[in-house]
Structure formats: structure tokens, C-alpha cells
Design a protein. Structure first.
Ligand code: PLZ
Length: 457
């Protein structure tokens, strides 16, 4: 048992250990079994099968242990087997696994709604609906916005990711692998230019100017009074951990308010302490009309939510929103426990601490690479809290370097560190450690990453 400064205790030893014959025989055998039965369209980035996971460590079926810098894509912020979550799930599941909230309701759903209405930005009257996946939350936020405004058009942005269902594919920007040959896509979705500081033609452009650029395009191409909703990830996730220039989001949300457009913050990836605040919009004091949540919300159990202005959500006729499993009682119990752990361990503070440690290491690394801080293969270091990224380029340019990105992720894995990549150009390494990871383990993971970049640069 090891303990960090803030008294998080771990069930599994927090240490990486990879054998030479990785992936081991049991994982190789499972990969063979899988090939015969699981559709090829579902791909896994790591070729080992999990036996156990806790804190910042994942054990595989062959006895290897990996440092987890991905949290199952930003889900297990409280760890993959947080004792509070596990206890709450066991307690709930012994009573009932499901009744369907639309048939015979239960308290857990109401309690989660109370929590979300409290934790999301703004002191206005709010309402919440629970679903299963991030995509489902996004779909429903758009349904509500269209019904409440009586308008059709929806604005999304370059590099956006909102899901894999038909409407959310339409909202998602990147064709391969998410959209190619899966059309036709839902209509009335318009894509507008994002604020992407590292890739702006004019690097001096301010957030307000970038917002103006998008607003002008909306006005000219759609007309503000035709737009039901603007949906945006306050920090774009799959698209490359893009943090818009300061002032971009506030200007956009202020304009939306003026035009009666529902401003939807998609916080599926950035929510729940991940960026060092409960929500990423909190960094700029933005109060969205609707906020979509999933991933970190329930410590790994499938749950998603929309929380928003009561007048918008209550505009929907009774029976207009729902789904068989939405707000499953076991998932609700997990969410309450997971939110409790975030508070108990002050995981927003942990996320900020992770940012400090990681930025320090990454900047040191970039400065020491050939080309130095301004001209190495590390083109950009960005992000907030424990949602951090480095964008890899051909040294001395902004030309994306997806080959290096892949090589670095593979080299890290061989050393026992799970690192995820992302980005429109496939050239971004993202760090999404569980917020409960120990400093020691994080620093070990970062050192492995640094070595991999030095060796492959
Ligand atoms: N909105 C902002 O990040 C999910 C997708 C991984 P679901 N991101 C990870 C993949 O390749 O499928 C995501 C997100 C944002 C919506 C979603 C969708 O959430 O729970 O995957 O449906």
C-alpha cells in the first residue's frame, strides 16, 4: 500500500513492470479468440487484456503492469476501482439492477440531478436528464435546443468530436475513422472555424477576433435567427486537445445569448475536475445554456447527462425524453460516490498539480531537444489540469508528424506506459492520467515519454 500526500490509498502496487515477451501468451491467445468473433471495426490501441486496475496502474492477464496515462479516455478520474465507487455499486446492485426510471423511478436518479444542478456553472434554475453515453447526451441536448427554439440549424466547429451516432457523426469533424462511408449524415449541421492558436495563420489573432470570424460566417452562411444551437467542446478532445484563445468562448456564448441561440458546452471529456475545475467552462466564467456530461461522471460506470436552463428542458412534452437504461440505478450510485471522491480528495487541485508537474517536465524536454524550445519536434505544449497534450511536428516547422506520434506511443507501451494519441492530423500525444495517480508514478510515466521522444526525434 502506498499513499500520496492527500491520503489516497491503493489496492494494487503502483509500479510498472513489463516482461520481455510482451504482449504475453494469454493476451496473444485472447487476440486470436477475439479476431474470430469481434467485428474488425472495433479496434484497440493496446494489445493486452486487462485483469485488474487501480489508481494509476493497469495489470494485464500475463502479469504485466502499465502506467495508465489515458484513464480509458478520460473516464476513470477517481481510478478504475475507487473503493467508494466499488462499495456504492455493490450496495446498489444487491437491491435492484434496473427498474427503468420511466416506469418505476428511484431516488438515485433524483440525487444525481440535484448534484449536477449544483455543480454545473450558474445559479439559475436547472433541470437534468440522464442517459448512457456521451453521444446520447449530445443528441438530446440538440433535441431540446431545436424544440425550445423552434429552429433547425446547429453550429459545430472544425476539429470537433461529439460522437459516433448519426447526428453526432454529422457534428464530428474528422472523416477517417469516424465518418467515412457511414453517411448520409443528419442535415442542418454547419461547421465553423475554431480558435486553434498553434495553427492560426495569423498567430496574433485574439480569442475575440477568432469568435468574430466564426460569428460573421454564421451570420452570412446561416443567419443568427435560424440557429437553434451552438455546440462546442471548451477544450477539444479527440480533435487534438485544442484550447481556444482566451476570450473566444465568452464572446461566442455572449453572442449566442443575444441571438436566442442555445449555447451547449460539450464537457463529455473535459468535465468533472479533469481540467482543474468542475468544468472547463469554469476557467472563463462561462455559463452554458446546456452542458453535456459523461465519462468522468460515474467512475467508469456508463452514465451521461444533460443539465441546463429549466425553461429549455421543461419545454419538452412529458415522455419526449428518456430511454430504457438512462440513469441506471447502479450507474447513479457510482456517480454519487465518484462525485463524493472528487470532493473528498479535491481532485480539481490534484489536476492542477498534475498540470504543474507535467508542464515542467515537458518544457524541460522540449528545450533540450535539437532545435530547442522553439524549433524541436514538440511544436506545442498545451492543455489544462490533467488534460494535457504535446503536438508533434517536423522539427523547425508546423508540419504534422503523425509517424513520430505513433512511434512514441508504441515505444512508451513497450516500457509499460499507456499513452493515447489524438488530433485531426494524428500528431498529438495526450495525457489523461487518473487524477488519483501518485506523483511518483506520473513522473515515471513522463520520464518514459521523454525518453521515447528523445530516441525517436
Ligand atoms: N463528446 C467531447 O470526447 C467521446 C471517443 C472515443 P461516447 N470521446 C471519446 C471513440 O473513438 O469512440 C466524446 C467526447 C466528446 C462526445 C463524446 C461521445 O461520447 O460516450 O463515446 O458516446
Amino acid at each position: 500500500m502506498t499513499t500520496t500526500a492527500n491520503e489516497i490509498t491503493y489496492r494494487l502496487e503502483q509500479k510498472r513492470r513489463v516482461q520481455a515477451d510482451f504482449p504475453g501468451p494469454k493476451s496473444v491467445a485472447l487476440t486470436e479468440r477475439r479476431k474470430a468473433v469481434v467485428a474488425a471495426g472495433v479496434a484497440s490501441s493496446v494489445p493486452v487484456y486487462v485483469a485488474d486496475a487501480d489508481g494509476g496502474i493497469i495489470h494485464d492477464v500475463d502479469g504485466n503492469s502499465f502506467i495508465d496515462l489515458g484513464s480509458g479516455i478520460a473516464v476513470t478520474s477517481v481510478g478504475a476501482s475507487d473503493p467508494a465507487v466499488v462499495g456504492a455499486v455493490k450496495e446498489a446492485v444487491e437491491h435492484f439492477t434496473h427498474t427503468c426510471f420511466m416506469v418505476t423511478p428511484y431516488e438515485g436518479y433524483v440525487a444525481v440531478a440535484e448534484q449536477l444542478n449544483k455543480l454545473t456553472p450558474g445559479t439559475h434554475e436547472k433541470r437534468t436528464v440522464l442517459f448512457n453515453s456521451g453521444a446520447e447526451a449530445v443528441e438530446n441536448a440538440i433535441k431540446v435546443a431545436r424544440l425550445a427554439t423552434g429552429r433547425d440549424a446547429v453550429v459545430a466547429f472544425d476539429h470537433a468530436y461529439h460522437g459516433r451516432t448519426n447526428l453526432t457523426m454529422a457534428l464530428t469533424a474528422k472523416a477517417m475513422p469516424y465518418k467515412t462511408n457511414f453517411g448520409p449524415f443528419a442535415p442542418e449541421v454547419y461547421r465553423m472555424p475554431m480558435s486553434y492558436p498553434f495553427r492560426e495563420e495569423n498567430p496574433q489573432i485574439t480569442g475575440a477576433e477568432a469568435a468574430k470570424r466564426a460569428i460573421t460566417a454564421i451570420e452570412k452562411q446561416i443567419g443568427g435567427d435560424q440557429v437553434a444551437a451552438i455546440i462546442i467542446e471548451p477544450i477539444q478532445g479527440e480533435g487534438g486537445f485544442i484550447v481556444p484563445a482566451e476570450g473566444f468562448l465568452p464572446a461566442l456564448s455572449a453572442w449566442a445569448k443575444e441571438k436566442g441561440i442555445v449555447f451547449i458546452a460539450d464537457e463529455v471529456q473535459s468535465g468533472f475536475c479533469r481540467t482543474g475545475e468542475w468544468f472547463a467552462v469554469d476557467h472563463e466564467g462561462i455559463v452554458p445554456d446546456i452542458i453535456t456530461m459523461a465519462k468522468g461522471i460515474a467512475g467508469g460506470m456508463p452514465l451521461s447527462a444533460i443539465t441546463g436552463r429549466a425553461d429549455l428542458l421543461d419545454a419538452v412534452h412529458p415522455g419526449g425524453l428518456g430511454g430504457t437504461y438512462g440513469g441506471n440505478p447502479v450507474a447513479c450510485a457510482a456517480a454519487l460516490a465518484s462525485i463524493g471522491s472528487m470532493q473528498e480528495y479535491d481532485l480539481s487541485a490534484r489536476a492542477k498539480h498534475i498540470e504543474e508537474l507535467s508542464f515542467g517536465k515537458l518544457r524541460e524536454l522540449a528545450a533540450a531537444l535539437p532545435g530547442g524550445a522553439e524549433g524541436s519536434v514538440i511544436g506545442d505544449i498545451r492543455g489544462r489540469g490533467a488534460m494535457l497534450a504535446i503536438e508533434l511536428v517536423q522539427a523547425g516547422s508546423k508540419e504534422p508528424n503523425p509517424e513520430l506520434t505513433k512511434a512514441v506511443a508504441a515505444a512508451c507501451l513497450k516500457e509499460g506506459v499507456i499513452i493515447l494519441t489524438c488530433g485531426t492530423y494524428g500528431n498529438v500525444i495526450r495525457l489523461l492520467p487518473p487524477l488519483v495517480i501518485s506523483d511518483e508514478l506520473l513522473l515515471d510515466g513522463l520520464e518514459v515519454l521523454a525518453t521515447a521522444i528523445r530516441a525517436n526525434a
